[in-house]
Design a protein around this ligand. Sequence first.
Ligand code: ANZ
Ligand code: ZN
Length: 857
Amino acid sequence: MVNKNFVTLSCAVSFAETFNGLKSSSLLDTLLSPMSVKYDFRAVERKWQKIWAERKTGKAEIDRNKEKFYILEMFPYPSGRIHMGHVRNYTIGDVLARYHRMNGKNVLHPMGWDAFGMPAENAAIEKGSHPSKWTTENIDAMRKQIKAIGVYYDWDREISTCSPEYYRWTQWLFMRFYKKGLAYRKKTFVNWCRPCGTVLANEQVVNGGCWRCECPVIQKEIEGWFLKITDYAEELLADLEKNLKGKWPERVLTMQRNWIGKSVGSRVFFRLAHSDESIEVFTTRPDTLYGATFICLAPEHELAVKLTAGTGSEKVVADFIEEISNQDKTARSSEDAEKLGVFTGRYAINPLSGEKLPIWIANFILIEYGTGAIMSVPAHDARDFEFAGKYGITITKVIVPETDAADAPIEEAYTGDGVMRASGRFTGMKNRDAIPEINEYLESRNLGQAAISYRLRDWGISRQRYWGCPIPIIYCEKCGTQPVSEENLPVLLPVDVDLLEGGKSPLPELESFKNTDCPACGSPALREPDTMDTFMDSSWYFHRYTSPKCKISPADKDDLAYWMPVDKYIGGIEHAVLHLLYARFFNKFCRDIGLLEYPEPFANLLTQGMVIKDGAKMSKSKGNVVDPDEILERYGADAMRLFILFVAPPERDLDWDDSGVEGAHRFVSRVFRLYGTWMPQLKEKIRTGAELTKNGRELRRMRHHTIKRFTVDIGRRAHFNTAISAGMEFFNFLSDFSPENDAEKNELRGALQDFIKILHPVIPHLTQELYERFGYDGYLTESKWPQYVDEYTAAETRTIVVQINGKLRARLEVPAGITDEELKKQALENEKIQQALAGGSVKKLILVPGKLINIVR
Ligand code: ANZ
Ligand code: ZN
């Protein structure tokens, strides 16, 4: 741990010097070489980007003789300009795409646009433009910017979620959900963001605020469409272990596990004292049933108002419910929030003890969890304890630690295990043992049963906004809710509309849109005016990339079978429970309707860190944004990529530093100059009987060692930074190297060629240029990744420093594989050491492996 920190710290401090401190090839080289002219990165980068685009080098096609590799970065929202976070994201993807291509894989690397959504609408309202125009312009600008980074994309697969060819299939999928009974409409309390004027899914409420504008979210009763993601809760949970463990960051797995939130317990019915109705509660502690002294309902519970009728408490209860509905949900459920409640004036019967329990309404009960009602056991639950204390409700202890006196006073809730007391036939049992028996007992008398509860809720997908995918549903007075038939998809989003101030959707009032005919009876009917949550659009775009032009389904089955799952998915951690959960759900659903087989969409996930500057995330509000275009113009794409990849491993935050990019730029120029020096002499391999000298063997060692580092660090660990440092050491070595015979010239020639190959994924433009100047046609990305020979990677000898009492006395040249014993012996026998010791005695020998020996006298 300590070591790791040290490494990154020192790396962060010194990377600029690392770049800048590299020895340049000698001045003479610069003067004499035909390539000694300044490296014109702009011309070279433009040249290759043009060629790659024209020849479509990133084009992917099914090839069953090759192993496929589908690499994907989370597609961007077309906000107008790309930022450094995007650049980092796509650069990481590009390195892996090129690397795997060079290693013989058939690579799919596509790019597209998550193009529906509120910012477009808001910007259009503000500027008096149209979201479609705004979006198209933004896409054009961003596409141009992305192309200037030199990413190896198959642009023929570009998609945009707001195009009818795309959203037709979003609607088609909705329809399939509907037909399977997994899309349904209900009136419920939903998260409502006032400034955005729309509903939010639970996943979109972050710390009680809207994920987009951060304003507090309130509860509002509204009718809308839901997808039954809860039907998949168990599988979504189980597959985290089964398929994703070790392949997704543990942190993301934990977040999803917690989000799904499985609880094992019981459902228990409490009959009302004054009527035949019952309240159903969910509890994880049926063993505490005899200790339940009151019942609590969520303010939104359907019985809350109904119960109170005729008790005289109607007004107090109604006011309380109103008050709580304005409280934010996270505050309501947090441990230290104030517990508020009101008595309904009614009672329920404890099914086991027969006791009469007062029914309360409390702010800390959430309608959406379990049944929205609980049995309160103040002796064994901290919240109930606080509540009972505040309102003077009885506290009955029913579980005691085995060592405890049964009548010890209660100072706080006891939540541990123990022996049951005052619990009828279960008294004296260990509480854990009693749970299955209590469940059986309840079940046999129809009073309850064992049950599992998930925190995960069904996904509310209706949005009361304009710029989104229309929900393909028609309401007919006679026939009720009718799905639009498949042949009539897409339901087009009308583009010729006037947007309304404040973001209110024009669709509910738009005659040409809302009026239609019922697909069943043909009489006049109304279209659903809501649009879909944009997370619907992004839940299957990775499928569409496999066959973006498919006209019979969201994607072609054969294409899906070949390309899916995505082998490496790269994006920010902020989507851990939003996009990544929805996409998993969609993929499982697509499997269930026979589109594909594998249950998970993303076999491997890499969550990249943020790009920060001066200690803060780059953002407009902080005024610390670095514009990629400016960097490109000044230093070039290769330099920008090199810096981004070198300065931090992908998972970590990246601290932006202009001098670092400048250093990277200088390094790129030096590589260019070094090749200028050697290339004219090394164009052809020389026929020779000469053999490598020690010098040449060291070159060979460095060459194979560096290839190995690139292979392992890029291919297996995605630690580009350590690969690049090895590359820099190698560059230093090459800069100093001068061949002594023809065999060494050949070795140098091979080394230089291998070096541009392994650097190619990092700095594709310069390396491609050098490859061409070496006399090769074709693309480096299509060339073969160099192979290292393990036995060449070991150093033949190493130098060991010998000190006496910390003072340097001698250097030993020893075989790389020498044993400690042999090393000590050689140190003590060394002539200089013998002289310095002059026969004196040696107290101790301290050995720093591979480096030095200190002799203590
Ligand atoms: C009685 C009891 C006794 C409980 C006891 C706990 C301890 P998890 O683990 O999160 O699933 N609960 C149930 N539904 C609730 C809701 N809608 N809002 C707030 N709280 C709710 O927690 C389940 C426990 O949380 C349930 O078990 C219930 O309190 C409470 F000694 O029932 B328990
Ligand atoms: Zn009809």
